[in-house]
Ligand binder design. Structure first.
Ligand code: PCA
Length: 215
């Protein structure tokens, strides 16, 4: 990977009737206390199949980051989950914020079935676990807007030196009120994203880490 002078970190706005989105809130917290000389560009993406992929594409064209980490909320997951794969499928259980609800459509007619994350996903999980932050590897980013963003992001950077990928984060305690969802404080989620950035900036370790799953 070339020397990193700009990082793009994105979260999402609220969706599905919630008051906020822990990914967008955590990204804002990271931005507010960023002190590295590396330029950090942050953005909150709309939860829209037609909008979010285009916005991340235009942010990459405008700011030319060497590292891109997109994040989103995985309501119900108990841990920070770097995503291993984005698949070429949009199949929405609920409408997005623009009312779109694609059913078994490709994200990109001309694209391959899937893209792997360009981030050192297992090393991120290992670092977070070592810091006492719950983290597990997720094999796929689902089939809603987050997956569409990760897929488009990976398609945009394919064949370039830009390192990119996606991390799903849990609900914050405020979002989980009145639900059975597990939650992690915004402060911890923000710290996890800072650590994930640190891991991405380190020279890649040759250590191989197990992270398979039966389901
Ligand atoms: N989570 C949703 C979309 C936006 C977000 O934060 C998802 O996982 O697809």
């Amino acid at each position: 990977m070339p020397r990193v002078s700009t990082i793009l970190l994105t979260g999402f706005e609220a969706f599905d009737g919630a008051a906020s989105n822990s990914s967008g809130d955590a990204v804002a917290l990271v931005a507010s206390r960023w002190s590295s000389p590396i330029r950090l560009v942050t953005a909150v993406l709309p939860v829209a199949f037609d909008g979010a992929p285009q916005l991340i594409g235009s942010l990459i064209a405008e700011h030319r980051p060497e590292l891109v980490i997109a994040t989103g909320l995985a309501n119900g997951r108990p841990a920070i989950t770097p995503e291993r794969l984005a698949i070429n499928l949009a199949d929405a259980r609920i409408p997005d914020n623009a009312g779109a609800q694609p059913l078994d459509e490709p994200v990109d007619e001309a694209g391959p079935a899937a893209y792997f994350s360009g981030l050192p996903v297992k090393a991120i999980v290992a670092r977070l676990a070592a810091e006492g932050i719950p983290s597990t590897l997720s094999q796929t980013a689902g089939t809603f807007v987050c997956n569409a963003v990760m897929y488009s992001l990976m398609r945009t950077v394919a064949g370039t030196h830009v390192r990119a990928g996606f991390i799903h984060v849990p609900s914050s305690p405020e979002l989980a009120v009145g639900t059975a969802h597990p939650s992690v404080p915004i402060e911890t989620i923000a710290r996890a994203l800072e650590l994930a950035i640190e891991v991405c900036l380190e020279p890649e370790s040759l250590e191989r880490i197990r992270g398979g799953a039966e389901y």
